[in-house]
Design a binder for this molecule. Sequence first.
Ligand code: ADP
Ligand code: MG
Length: 250
Amino acid sequence: MVKAEGVHKSFGPVEVLKGIDLEVKPSEVFCLIGPSGSGKSTFLRCINHLEKVNAGRLYVDGELVGYRQKGDKLYELKDSEVALKRRDIGMVFQRFNLFPHMTATENVMEAPIQVKGVSKAQARERAAQLLERVGLADKAGNYPSQLSGGQQQRVAIARALAMDPKLMLFDEPTSALDPELVGDVLDVMRDLAESGMTMIVVTHEMGFAREVGDSLVFMDEGVVVESGNPRDVLTNPQQERTQSFLSKVL
Ligand code: ADP
Ligand code: MG
């Protein structure tokens, strides 16, 4: 579903991704861990067309991200082409970014109506199903300010799912939450994983990575330091940098 081959990304003179190689298979829960500043968010943003890679190749579902290849040459995709591809990828951020002037239902309905031209009635029905799925059927009419952080994050997940993505990206989805609210969000993500969704999850929740993750990558300073089965990497890290990081977070 995602394949990175020597992906590089720089901001001006600063090289943030220094040759990332990895592969995410369909239906896999792929966890990405690493210290702050190691390039995790930048990598997700590259997958989601929010940043353009400078070198290497990045593929989503077999298609090159951001470029079209003709012979040996690469051509940048037009904004309209990028917009079409971004529809297929859902992203959930640390901060929930819900529209404050819209109810939970309206937040979930918005993109299918605006982007896909779905009818209001259909979008409303689907929003109700999705809010039920994330355990918020009784909060459908609430505005974000009337919801807890965990509830807002579950609305954000429902909103991403409303576009029927083939890939979901999570960037530290529980990091901004009070501890007692983390579990409900992780439960929704676990449920989503069991439904077969392909997920890339940047997280500090090592319990989630161990129990739900199929693969785990430890990234540091823009490179993949170590990867493998989450249980193996977390209990028996081979690289010193991984050991040092885990000793601080576990
Ligand atoms: P992580 O998510 O692992 O904490 P990030 O991908 O957010 O790391 O950031 C990696 C590095 O890239 C940081 O040093 C950050 O300051 C830098 N960076 C990220 N985005 C930009 C940007 N738009 N312009 C300049 N530097 C950036
Ligand atoms: Mg980040």
